[in-house]
Design a protein. Structure first.
Length: 94
């Protein structure tokens, strides 16, 4: 199988994990997503999917847990996903 190009979303999430000194498992725990879901998103084999995944990741990645910072994280993830789709990398939600 041909390796996937790294997506903007994966790069952003990876950098956020590194900044917090987290593992993928830590992000999974904080976001209430499974380790497999996080792995698939970071590998580019799965897009962000629907609102549940975006909201979960945004809440986990927000530095402060208030509506504004969670909304900014969500918007950032959505913008990056749109860029990925425009470049033809990553996957569309099934």
């Amino acid at each position: 199988m041909k390796p996937k190009k790294k997506t903007e979303v994966a790069g952003y999430i990876s950098a956020s994990i590194k900044k917090r000194n987290w593992s993928q498992r830590d992000l999974a725990r904080e976001s209430d997503l499974t380790d497999a879901e996080i792995s698939l998103i970071l590998s580019g084999r799965r897009g962000l999917g629907g609102a549940r995944v975006i909201a979960s990741l945004a809440h986990a990645l927000a530095k402060k847990k208030n509506r504004t910072t969670v909304a900014i994280e969500a918007w950032t993830l959505i913008e990056l996903a749109i860029k990925d789709l425009a470049k033809g990398v990553g996957r569309r939600a099934a």
